[in-house]
Ligand binder design. Structure first.
Ligand code: NAG
Ligand code: NAG
Ligand code: NAG
Ligand code: NAG
Ligand code: NAG
Ligand code: NAG
Ligand code: NAG
Ligand code: NAG
Length: 357
C-alpha cells in the first residue's frame, strides 16, 4: 500500500453576507487562498486518539483571541460583490456559504470563492445556516434556502467539501412556529412551509437516521438515505421548553456527538423572554443528552439548567443583532473541544474545553 500522509485540517463552512453596515471593531487579518486542500473519500475523519465525550461537557471558555473571523476589513460593497457576482443581480444582501480551513483551530485561511450559491427560486434571497455530517465518505450539508418569504431546509452532498450537489428542500410539507412577542403569555403562530436548522444524528439507529430541526421548536424527522425525509405534522416537539432562557425559541446547534456510553450530546441555542436574569431576546447556548436508541423522537433525557455560553463580549452584546451567541460547530481538535459560534451575527468566535479523562 502506498504511504499516505493524513493532513488533518479543521474546516468551517461559513455563512457570509457580502455587506456589513457595522464598522469592524477588531483588526482581523484575513488569510485567503485561491487553491483548496484536497479532500477525497479516502480522507479520514477525526484525529488519531479521538476521545468521545460524556454528558455534560463543561468548562467551555471563550478563546481570549476572539473574534477569530469577521467581515473582511478590506472588503467594501464592490469588492464583496466580486465573491459572488451571480448573486448581485438578485439582491445585494444575498448570503452565500463559504469555507475556511485551519491547522490550529484559531487561524483560518478562507477560500476566495463561495462553495454554495443561490441557484433555485427557493434560494433567491440566499443560502445560509450550514450544518454538516459525514456518512459513508459523503458530506451531507443541511442549509436554509430563503426566497424572501419562506425559509426552507434543504440538502446538499459532496465528497470533497468544495463541489456540492443540491437535492432541494427536504421538508416541503411542514409547519414551523414563531414566538408571538406581542402576546403576554407563551404563544406561537404557525409558519406554513417554514423549516430551518437541521442537525443530523450521523448514525443509523433502529433502521433510520434522525434529525432535529426547527426554528423555534425542536422537531424530529427521519430518513433511510439522508436525502428523503419523513416528518409528521402535529407531532409533539422533540424537546419541551423547560429552561427560563429558552422559552422564546429553541434551535439546533451542531449535529449531536455520540458519547462514550452510546448516548448523544446535543448543543442547542435558546432565546430568552426576559425573566430569570437573561436579557430579553438574548441568544444563549445550552446542552442536552439524547437517547436515540430508546427515545429517538424525544424527549431528551437530561438538560443543563444554565447556558454554556452567554453573550458577554462587545461583539456579542452589541452586534449587527444585539445579544447573540449562536453555536453551530463542535469538534475535537488538537486535544481540545472547540465550539464555534456566531457573535452578534457579525463575527465568529470559539470556546474551548479539555477532552474529558
Ligand atoms: C485597528 O488599527 C487601527 C490602525 O492601525 C488602530 O488605530 C485601531 O486602534 C485598531 N483597532 C483595534 C480594535 O485594534
Ligand atoms: C495516540 O496515542 C498513542 C498511544 O498513547 C501515541 O503513541 C500517539 O502518539 C498518539 N497520537 C497522537 C496524534 O497524539
Ligand atoms: C496564520 O496562518 C497564516 C497562513 O497560513 C500564516 O501566514 C500566519 O503566520 C498564521 N498566523 C498565526 C498567528 O499563526
Ligand atoms: C401535507 O399536509 C397536509 C395537511 O396536513 C396533508 O393533507 C397532505 O396530505 C400533506 N401532503 C403530503 C405530500 O404529505
Ligand atoms: C419513513 O419512515 C418509515 C418508518 O420508519 C420508513 O419505513 C421509511 O423508509 C421512511 N422514509 C424515508 C424516506 O426515509
Ligand atoms: C452507510 O452504510 C451503511 C452500511 O453499509 C448503510 O447501512 C447505510 O444505509 C449507508 N448510509 C447511507 C446514507 O448511504
Ligand atoms: C419516522 O417518521 C415517521 C413519520 O413521522 C414516523 O411515522 C415513524 O415512526 C418514524 N420512524 C422512526 C423509526 O422514528
Ligand atoms: C436502551 O434501552 C435498553 C433497555 O433498557 C438498554 O439496554 C440500552 O442501553 C438503552 N440504550 C441506551 C443508548 O442507553
Amino acid at each position: 500500500m502506498a504511504d499516505r500522509t493524513y493532513t488533518h485540517l479543521l474546516f468551517l463552512l461559513l455563512h457570509l453576507l457580502p455587506a456589513f453596515a457595522h464598522k469592524s471593531r477588531a483588526n482581523l487579518t484575513v488569510y485567503s487562498s485561491d487553491t483548496v486542500p484536497k479532500v477525497t473519500p479516502d480522507s479520514v475523519e477525526n484525529e488519531e486518539n479521538y476521545t468521545a465525550p460524556y454528558f455534560p461537557l463543561l468548562g467551555f471558555k471563550q478563546y481570549p483571541g476572539n473574534p477569530i473571523l469577521g467581515p473582511n476589513p478590506r472588503a467594501n460593497w464592490e469588492s464583496a460583490y466580486l465573491y459572488n457576482p451571480a448573486a448581485i443581480v438578485i439582491d445585494d444582501k444575498i448570503s452565500t456559504i463559504g469555507i475556511a480551513w485551519s491547522t490550529d483551530g484559531y487561524n483560518f485561511t478562507r477560500y476566495t470563492q463561495p462553495v454554495l450559491q443561490p441557484t433555485a427560486p427557493f434560494e433567491a434571497h440566499g443560502v445560509e445556516d450550514p450544518r454538516i455530517v459525514r456518512v459513508n465518505d459523503t458530506f451531507y450539508m443541511t442549509y436554509t434556502g430563503y426566497d424572501g418569504t419562506v425559509a426552507r431546509l434543504a440538502m446538499a452532498t459532496s465528497t470533497d467539501l468544495f463541489n456540492w450537489e443540491k437535492h432541494g428542500p427536504i421538508l416541503p410539507n411542514c409547519t414551523d412556529v414563531n414566538y408571538r412577542w406581542d402576546l403576554p403569555i407563551n404563544a406561537y403562530a404557525a409558519r406554513e412551509g417554514w423549516s430551518k436548522s437541521g442537525a443530523i444524528v450521523a448514525e443509523k439507529i433502529n433502521g433510520v437516521y434522525q434529525m432535529q430541526w426547527g426554528d423555534n421548536w425542536l422537531m424530529s424527522a427521519n430518513s433511510t438515505d439522508l436525502i428523503h425525509w419523513n416528518y409528521t405534522r402535529n407531532d409533539l416537539p422533540f424537546a419541551q421548553k423547560l429552561n427560563v432562557w429558552e422559552q422564546a425559541l429553541m434551535e439546533s446547534g451542531p449535529p449531536p456527538v455520540k458519547t462514550r456510553d452510546g448516548m448523544w450530546l446535543k448543543i442547542y441555542n435558546g432565546v430568552a423572554l426576559g425573566p430569570g436574569g437573561y436579557e430579553t431576546a438574548s441568544y444563549n447556548t445550552g446542552q442536552m443528552l439524547l437517547d436515540m436508541e430508546n427515545a429517538s423522537r424525544g424527549p431528551p433525557i437530561a438538560r443543563l439548567e444554565t447556558p454554556l455560553l452567554q453573550p458577554t463580549s462587545v461583539e456579542e452584546v452589541q452586534g449587527q443583532v444585539d445579544q447573540v451567541v449562536f453555536s453551530e460547530g463542535l469538534v475535537e481538535f488538537r486535544g481540545k473541544w472547540l465550539l464555534y459560534f456566531g457573535q452578534g451575527d457579525q463575527y465568529l468566535g470559539v470556546a474551548t474545553t479539555d477532552v474529558q479523562p
